[in-house]
Design a protein around this ligand. Sequence first.
Ligand SMILES: [Zn+2]
Length: 257
Amino acid sequence: MRLGQLAVHPLIDGYAVMEPVDLFADVTPDELRRENLLNADGLLEFPYGGFLVLGPEERIVLIDVGAGPDPDFFPFTAPRHGLLPAALSGHGVAAEDVTDVVLTHLHADHIGWATVKSDVHFSRARHHVHGEDWRHYTQGGTYPAIRAHLAPLTDRMHLWEGPGTELFPWLSLRAAPGHTPGSAVAVLHSGQERLVLVGDVLHTPAELRQPHWHGTDDWDPDKAVAQRQTWRAYCRENDAPLAGPHFPGMHPVHADD
Ligand SMILES: [Zn+2]
């Protein structure tokens, strides 16, 4: 989609298949079925990936980078995986052309292509993540696989702190702790137009109607609910569409939908 001078393209890296309880802690299958979230086998199936933003001054930004080439890194990877590089080259972009990688948070399905076999995959890019997530996932021994995966980025990661930062006049990052301690939302601007990339503040557009659903993986479930309500209100007030890497087709939706 276009947003003034920005072009925004979803890059689907693969599809996850999981039991409902792996995503939603307290939602019955009937409620999920009413929102059309279950496939014929009673499972959740949704994409993961990142957004490509082609900005002014030849800025090429990725917002999240899927689960990567190793099907064992993200436990819910289905047969279709590792698709992000082909999706990127479909837009005429090679890995070394990427100028900035924004990680909304450090779960496996958002950081997969950040490194491949201990090499930084987007070799010339600046990488950005909130410091709270970096410290939570890479310090201490709780998340050894994520820590090892991100280790090659240690000296070159730009950690931002506090409630928000403006990476470019057309791209703000806002702290949205709840799903993880340093979860972030990326807001793209062009004039009065905005597009809100919510990361995993919402996994499905259904959560616009059901913001109180608790996510199994939410670090602080109550804060996660509050973030969904905050960003739903923001999108309504600003008439801004929102999109996340797990939305159907990664397509934007309106908060009033
Ligand atoms: Zn995710």
